[in-house]
Structure formats: structure tokens, C-alpha cells
Design a protein around this ligand. Structure first.
Ligand code: 13P
Ligand code: SF4
Length: 362
């Protein structure tokens, strides 16, 4: 039974004690067994992560979504674009549910399909058929489908370098959506000078570039992650002046200036792997979402771990998935009441899958 998409969680779940919620969620999970699969992104809260069958970064979760064919329900603990990706890759009999529909991603929302189509037209007029679009998985299914239709692919922060290299084998120029910072950091690491990178401003429908257009190699969509923008160069400078022995590691959604100043940069998986291998007693300042930084801090007490931004940086939309919503969704599923199902239409799904498959096959 598919119910009203905007049904709100009943108040009683908000009032339940933590231990009661834990007991109820665990009991439903146990009764469902393999019929239920709960993937959880690294940025999710601990109260939710404790119920995740797998945790991972965007790439790992995209890969795992299609590998649990026996699961009738995929309850995705992450944000909307991740649940859409899971639905695109899932089999027809599987239903994907997002515990709270308000868990969106402000970066994904910065690239709207109509803006993208208009931008593409203008770029074709400027550069002709020399551009391949690629999109960070942090984008809507409609953007992924647009990219798939044009022969492009999706990328994640774990494989962006490989995918950008692949794209340059196909076309002379790249249109990178929607995160200008991941695009800029990746292209820079591959040896493309900043002077060859233009920015497409979708609001003013304008290309920001000074110089000869012939030199443009990468066109970056003017989008960003509002969480990672909170890690700034002055945080690194201040830290270095006070404690020069602290190593700084940041996510590539941070600005070029921050990534250039940091000791290291990489996806959430890369950050976790680096911390796992760190020398006992070493000191770290991490530039990524607060829940992950706190989890690393708790899991590795032999290291000195802190957030690069002392006021911490939560992703407010990720944090909308909480234990009350998860418990409500699980108990509803058991009553055959499906709330917050994420279902991408067939046409969009077909083209978006083409873009995702290109990435997954590489
Ligand atoms: P990764 O999980 O790919 O590192 O991305 C971080 C992120 O911002 C997800 O929204
Ligand atoms: Fe989106 Fe940034 Fe939150 Fe990731 S951390 S979901 S990119 S707003």
C-alpha cells in the first residue's frame, strides 16, 4: 500500500525515550531479516548508524545498493540524491524509502534541470560539440539523466580523478556539475591550470572567464557544499601558528585554497582510511562533516582528533534522519504502510543509469 508522500511522522515518536526507540527499531530489523537493507552514509548520526547494515561513502553506497537483491525494502539513511541513486540501481521489486523527505542536499539543489539545459545550449554556441558533461553523484536524478543522454558519466569524490581522465579521452572540454570545488580540485590535481578553468553561473547565465575561450578546458558549475565552505584557509593558518605538529586533512568539496594549504585531501573513505593508518599519538584536524569527525574521534582515542573548524560543521539535512524517523518508517513498513518512497520515473532512470553505469564499470 503506497501512502500519501507528505505524511508526517506521528508526534508520539518524538516523545519516545531513546532506549525505547532503539528496542523497537532493533525488533523490526530482526523480524525483517534479509528482506530489509539499511545503508548509512558516513555523515549520519550514531543513533542511526547503529542500525546500518553497511556504512560507506557515496561510491560504496551506490555500489552496494544494487547488490542486495533479496531486500524488498531499502531504507536509505543519507540524503535524497543518494536514495534516488539507490532506486535507479535497484531491481523493480525493491522499494527505496528515505526516513525523512526533508533530507535533501543544498549542493544538489544548486543545479536545476531547466537551468542546466539552458546553460548547455549557451555553451554549445560558445564551444560547439567539444564538451562532455560529468556530474558529481551529489545531483538530482534529472541531472544524471541529462548527463547520461549526452554520453557523460557520474563521478564521486573517490573516483573523480579517474573519471575526469576518462572524460578527457572522449572530448576536448569538460562541463563539471554541480560542485565547482570538487571539479576544480580534481582538474588541478590532473595538471590542468586554473587559468584554463571557467565557471558557469546558472543564475546570471554567464560564463566567468578572462582570456581566450580557446584555452578553456574545464567549465565548472557554480555550485558548492555549504558544509565544506565552512572550512577556511584562516583556520589552517591559525592552527599551524599555534600547533605546527597537527596534520590537516580535508574533503575535496572544500575550496582550492583550503585543499592547497592542507596536508592531504580525499573522500570520506580516504579520510577514514588515512586515520585508520595514522601513527599512535599523532594529531589531526579534519575538514569534513561533524558526525564523521566525532565518530573518528571516539573510535581512535589513541589519536588527537578535532574538527578543522572549532565550531564544528554539521550537515543539517543529513541530520534530519534521526532515530524517531527511522523507527517510524520501519514500524510502518511492517504494517505494509510505505511512507517517503523515492521512486524515479522510468525514462529518467534509464538515462541516469547510463551515466552511473559508466562510472561503476570503470
Ligand atoms: P563522499 O561520501 O563521496 O566523500 O561525499 C561526501 C558528501 O558530501 C556526501 O554528501
Ligand atoms: Fe550535500 Fe554538503 Fe550535506 Fe554532502 S555535506 S549532503 S554535499 S550539503
Amino acid at each position: 500500500m503506497l501512502l500519501d508522500l507528505v505524511t508526517k511522522m506521528p508526534e508520539r515518536y518524538k516523545e519516545m525515550q531513546y532506549m525505547e526507540l532503539v528496542k523497537r527499531a532493533a525488533a523490526v530489523k530482526e523480524r525483517f531479516g534479509d528482506r530489509l537493507f539499511i545503508p548509512g552514509h558516513h555523515y549520519q548520526k550514531d543513533e542511526v548508524i547503529q542500525f546500518a547494515d553497511v556504512t560507506g561513502d557515496s561510491l560504496q553506497l551506490a555500489q552496494m545498493a544494487s547488490s542486495r537483491q533479496q531486500a524488498e525494502y531499502i531504507v536509505f539513511c543519507g540524503v535524497h540524491f543518494m536514495a534516488e541513486t539507490a532506486d535507479i540501481l535497484a531491481a523493480d521489486h525493491q522499494k527505496v524509502v528515505l526516513p525523512d523527505l526533508r533530507a535533501g542536499c543544498s549542493m544538489a539543489d544548486m543545479a536545476d534541470i531547466n537551468q542546466t539545459e539552458r546553460g548547455w545550449e549557451k555553451l554549445q554556441q560558445l564551444f560547439g560539440d567539444t564538451i562532455l558533461p560529468v556530474t558529481y553523484v551529489n545531483s538530482t536524478a534529472a541531472i544524471k539523466a541529462f548527463v547520461g543522454k549526452k554520453g557523460g558519466a557520474t563521478v564521486t569524490s573517490s573516483n573523480a580523478k579517474k573519471m575526469v581522465q576518462w572524460a578527457f579521452e572522449k572530448k576536448e572540454r569538460l562541463f563539471f556539475l554541480p560542485d565547482q570545488h570538487l571539479g576544480r580540485n580534481t582538474a588541478y590535481d590532473l595538471g590542468i591550470p586554473l587559468a584554463s578553468m571557467a565557471v558557469w553561473d546558472p543564475i546570471h547565465e554567464k560564463l566567468e572567464f578572462e582570456g581566450d575561450l580557446e584555452n578553456v578546458k574545464v567549465i565548472l558549475w557554480k555550485g558548492h557544499c555549504s558544509v565544506h565552505m565552512n572550512f577556511r584557509a584562516d583556520h589552517i593558518r591559525k592552527l599551524r601558528s599555534e600547533e605546527p605538529d597537527v596534520a590537516v586533512i580535508v574533503h575535496p568539496e572544500c575550496t582550492r585554497e583550503v585543499v592547497a594549504l592542507a596536508d592531504d585531501a580525499g573522500s570520506t573513505k580516504y579520510i577514514i582510511d588515512t586515520i585508520k593508518q595514522a601513527e599512535k599519538g599523532s594529531k589531526w584536524a579534519i575538514g569534513t562533516e561533524m558526525n564523521l569527525v566525532n565518530r573518528l574521534k571516539d573510535s581512535f582515542p589513541e589519536l588527537e582528533i578535532r574538527s578543522l573548524n572549532p565550531t564544528m560543521c554539521p550537515c543539517l539535512t543529513m541530520n534530519r534522519i534521526d532515530l524517531p524517523h527511522l523507527t517510524w518508517i520501519l514500524e510502518s513498513l511492517e504494517k505494509n504502510e510505505i511512507y517517503n518512497q523515492i521512486s524515479v520515473d522510468k525514462e529518467t532512470s534509464r538515462y541516469a543509469k547510463m551515466a552511473l553505469d559508466k562510472m561503476l564499470s570503470l
